[in-house]
Design a protein around this ligand. Sequence first.
Ligand code: 9MG
Length: 281
Amino acid sequence: MTATLRCGSFTFDLGRPLVMGILNVTPDSFSDGGRYMDPEHALDHARRMRDEGADLIDIGGESSRPGALPVVEGDELARVVPLVSALAAEGVAVAVDTRKPAVMRAAISAGAALINDIGALTASGAIEACADNEVGVCLMHMQGEPQTMQAAPVYGDVVAEVRAFLVARALACEAAGIARERIVIDPGFGFGKTLAHNLALLRAIPTLAATGYPVLAGLSRKASLGQITGRNADERLPASIAAALAAVARGASIVRVHDVRETVDAMKVWQAVERDSQTLR
Ligand code: 9MG
């Protein structure tokens, strides 16, 4: 029997990697800032990603790129909640990328299936906002804050520290009543990490997956891929697919990506080779 992830009314079989499509409704995200501020345009993009095979759509109303400034709660609510309502009503599994408990509560009421928190539910009231219901949670590691996190990230042992933090946060969630099957962990590639830290964490996905919590990997178009390839953010599709494949080959259960169609194809090929070879003719 394969593991499952429960998120609101959805139960995902983790026998194949899931693809989470990114929908940033922000003026300043690093690769698509300003493109989806118009709600109709945002909905079209979400529906396109769904049709291309995204299992979840992750909506974010506050940029977390290095150097990003915080957004006030009212603006984040206005950007995110109408989209959650519209997509949830169409049966889409919607994740909401937020650190604010008030946004979490409003998004859950509007039908969000998963709360994706780059702060790992450390804000006061965040765990409680998610514990009262059946929403899934993604707990991400970040060193510092988006405004300054890339200035000088330092670790003794990056893998041990990230793993210990994520397990501690997952246990805090379980203690508050969030069932284990609702929890995803994420090393937070690029969040207070150098290229060397990111590569060490990518190689260590088996160690993170051995905790028993599904692992989400978010490497799509990130700066580390630019450092390796010398490409700009809009030229990092091949690098992003390579990174997603490297992550799932090491045991990641979910990849968070901008380019859904291409990533879904890559996952299907990987799945056919690695998992379904007995059944293919
Ligand atoms: C919002 N966001 C940006 N990058 C991310 C990543 O790598 N993981 C998760 N969970 N969220 C992210």
